[in-house]
Design a protein around this ligand. Structure first.
Ligand code: HPA
Length: 314
């Protein structure tokens, strides 16, 4: 049985905050959150995993977070300063545990811009991970496939991103910069670790899923609506291979504080770029494909976690 933690004592003085959206977290706020977690978990993970729509954000049974050993679960609503998931059916918990004997922390469900949260708030758990000692981040998402070679159920290892929200000046690092997290002007080339992308392909081949793994460029739009045909055609022309509503702001935040990042997309639908096509993308198919692929993804992530623990790629 997982140990589900509660927070009725606020022993360390940290309280849940009800922040308004203009007011960013301070280093001290996030240190309180980290301290809250560290004093309740008897181990310190150096690998963080964001489980998105394709990996158990909406269900528990058989998902990666559920498969951890010696679990300790923290529903987001009991963690000081944490936002809460507002998407109906979203799990919304931080799960600490062991995968292949390696300590990890999983976000089961994430925060999205379309929920009304500013990007710095969506990405705050990444900074909390950093403060508890996480050096490597594995971020997963569900995405629509734009690349003609992609099929439903394929995996795209993210080699780069196009930050569409950033084009309009919306960035998780916007506002005063705290150098304790990272520099004012962080580079974003090489955001996605090459060694881990190559290892991802190798693992996929070893697991007999080489044919369904690609490399590509991910782009994030704000959502919550799926894209128009004209928007998708434009994104394709710009060089995007997959489109979703997450991950980019988390990766920017992770790279700002010098984490090593691997991200992958589960292609849950093929984007409709033809006006004559009468299919409609929908959230149910996104979840169905996630469930269909969850055992494969679990194994895939487990192998990558083992690699990171052994080789510590930088
Ligand atoms: N568009 C945006 N986000 C998504 C999609 C999509 O087609 N599929 C899964 N998440």
């Amino acid at each position: 049985m997982p140990q589900v933690c509660t927070n009725n004592s606020h022993k360390n003085g940290a309280k849940k905050t009800d922040m308004n959206n203009d007011e960013s977290y301070t280093y001290e706020n996030l240190s309180e959150t980290a301290e809250f977690l560290l004093t309740r978990v008897p181990f310190k993970p150096s690998i963080g995993i964001i489980c998105g729509s394709g990996m158990g954000a909406y269900w528990n049974e058989g998902c990666l977070a559920d498969a951890l050993e010696n679990k300790k679960e923290f529903p987001y609503e009991i963690i000081p300063h944490f936002p809460v998931s507002t998407v109906p059916g979203h799990m919304g918990k931080l799960v600490f545990g062991y995968l292949s004997g390696i300590p990890v922390v999983c976000m089961q469900g994430r925060f999205h811009y379309y929920e009304g949260y500013p990007l710095w708030k969506c990405a705050m758990p990444v900074r909390v991970m950093k403060l508890i000692g996480v050096s490597h981040l594995i971020a997963s998402n569900a995405a629509g496939g734009l690349n003609d070679k992609f099929k439903i159920g394929d995996i795209m290892l993210v080699k780069d991103h196009i930050n569409m929200l950033g084009f309009a000046g919306n960035n998780p690092l916007k506002g005063p910069n705290d150098e304790r997290f990272g520099p004012r002007f962080p580079p974003m080339n090489k955001a996605y670790n090459r060694e881990l992308i190559d290892q991802g392909k190798k693992v996929a081949r070893e697991l007999g899923m080489g044919g369904m793994v690609h490399e590509g460029t991910y782009t994030c739009l704000g959502g919550p609506n799926f894209e128009t045909v004209a928007e998708l055609r434009m994104l394709k022309m710009l060089g995007a291979d997959a489109v979703g509503m997450s991950t980019v702001h988390e990766v920017i935040t992770a790279r700002h504080c010098d984490m090593t990042v691997l991200a992958f997309s589960l292609i849950t639908n093929i984007c409709i770029t033809d006006y004559e096509c009468h299919d409609k993308p929908n959230h149910e198919e996104v979840m169905d494909v996630g469930k269909m692929r969850q055992d494969t993804l679990k194994l895939f992530v487990k192998k990558l976690v083992e690699y990171i623990a052994q080789h510590n790629p930088q």
